[in-house]
Unconditional design. Structure first.
Length: 113
């Protein structure tokens, strides 16, 4: 049973923008801190940004000022607005409810120089 689905990745030039979306079930969305992770080949997944059920947000230093995590409660959706993208942002991005074993299929983001 699919519990969350990411979308919105693609190929973009450096300096461009993308918005990732993560749709999940209502219970998962309401009860968990939702986070975006990224992973490059051969590396571990790393946290990029997170948002709590009450809307507090945290960011990795590498994306502060460029990425914004947000959510739409009515749509059970978490977003990651990615601006001023850099080639080093290239990765597969995953949505993950913290402290669960739930992962989606990921969405590929590729930033060309």
């Amino acid at each position: 049973q699919t519990q969350l689905v990411e979308s919105g990745g693609g190929l973009v030039q450096a300096g461009g923008s993308l918005r990732l979306s993560c749709v999940t079930t209502g219970s998962i969305f309401r009860l968990n801190v939702m986070a975006w992770y990224c992973q490059t080949p051969g590396e571990q997944r790393e946290s990029v940004a997170a948002i709590t059920p009450v809307g507090s947000t945290t960011y990795d230093n590498s994306v502060k000022g460029r990425f914004t995590i947000s959510r739409d409660i009515d749509k059970n959706t978490v977003y990651l607005q990615m601006n001023n993208l850099k080639p080093e942002d290239t990765a597969v991005y995953y949505c993950h409810p913290i402290r669960t074993t739930i992962w989606g299929q990921g969405t590929q983001v590729t930033v060309s120089s």
